[in-house]
Ligand binder design. Structure first.
Ligand SMILES: NC(=O)c1ccc[n+]([C@@H]2O[C@H](COP(=O)([O-])OP(=O)(O)OC[C@H]3O[C@@H](n4cnc5c(N)ncnc54)[C@H](OP(=O)(O)O)[C@@H]3O)[C@@H](O)[C@H]2O)c1
Length: 270
């Protein structure tokens, strides 16, 4: 199996490095293509992957192709892929908002996987949701899943509408967590702690809470009950959040991201 990653930016490199560090592929079977000369020159120096500047030199040799360019570069890339593809290749796109139908029509291809990763893929703890056209077999999907999971974990969803929904939870989700972290750090600094101490306190508290959560099947409500005793400090904070409707506001925010994903999809796939 030979894999080509198109776009050696943030996400493309993340996937290429994830796959390179796994035992799924040998180095010679991983190719990376980018149109920016300074990027390919730097990559060649590192000697991590087979680096290409021209699509015709690498695309025909690939079995699986990751598309990791910005959506506004897609038209030009689709034209080039259409010209140099070969039958049977599987295309995995991580481009936000570009639908499977748009890709199939623009590149005259059948096997397409649309995936929505998140930023934590960069540190191997990403979450990716993906869905595929009916032409991708179950066996092929297993391979796709293994490749995607080199950057973290994933689930396969039934439809592209669910991809838009997952954008509102896991795709945009890291920013919600950072928002919460920023708020807690500002609270700590307001209480008189240094930035450095506030950062450590908040980071370790988040890390610890996630580790606890993953250590059992308990849901977050049950964990809150364990931390908060009646009349205690934690209960005072949780009561304040409930009075201020924080939970509903977070649900509204996730929904706003979902609605925006749907809207962007309509704009990008006319
Ligand atoms: N970052 C995230 O958290 C995240 C999450 C979910 C999905 N995504 C999706 O991931 C995709 C990539 O995002 P990114 O932040 O990694 O982008 P990026 O850093 O801009 O990387 C894209 C790279 O592809 C190159 N490129 C553009 N057109 C090309 C072509 N025709 N052939 C070969 N290379 C080409 C670009 O070169 P130039 O610089 O010269 O244009 C750039 O080096 C986007 O579609 C985005 O929607 C990102």
């Amino acid at each position: 199996m030979k894999v080509l990653v198109i776009g050696a930016g943030n996400m493309g490199l993340t996937y290429a490095q994830g796959m390179a560090q796994s035992d799924l592929l040998k180095k010679k079977d991983l190719m990376i293509l980018d149109s920016a000369r300074e990027r390919t020159d730097a990559l060649k120096k590192n000697d991590e992957f087979d680096v290409y500047e021209k699509i015709e030199d690498c695309l025909p040799n690939a079995d699986i192709v990751f598309i990791a360019v910005k959506p506004y570069h897609s038209d030009e890339l689709f034209e080039a892929i259409k010209e140099h593809k070969r039958p049977g290749q599987i295309f995995i796109s991580i481009m936000a908002g570009v639908t499977i139908k748009t890709m199939q029509e623009a590149m005259d291809i059948k096997k397409v996987v649309r995936a929505m990763p998140n930023l934590a893929a960069k540190v191997g703890h990403g979450f990716t949701s993906f869905t595929a056209s009916k032409y991708v077999s179950r066996l092929e999907l297993l391979t796709v899943e293994k490749l995607i999971d080199t950057t973290g974990r994933s689930i396969k969803l039934a439809s592209e509408m669910e991809i838009d929904k997952s954008t509102g939870i896991s795709g945009s989700g890291p920013a919600y967590i950072f928002y919460f972290m920023q708020s807690m750090m500002e609270a700590a600094v307001k209480m008189g702690f240094s930035q450095k101490d506030a950062r450590l306190m908040v980071a370790q508290t988040f890390q610890g809470a996630v580790e606890l959560f993953n250590s059992s099947d308990l849901d977050p409500n049950a964990w809150m009950d364990r931390v908060a005793s009646k009349g205690g400090t934690t209960r005072a904070a949780l009561d304040s959040m409930e009075e201020n409707n924080v939970k509903e506001l977070i649900k509204d925010a996730a929904h706003a991201a979902f609605e925006r994903a749907v809207q962007l999809g309509k704009e990008n796939n006319k």
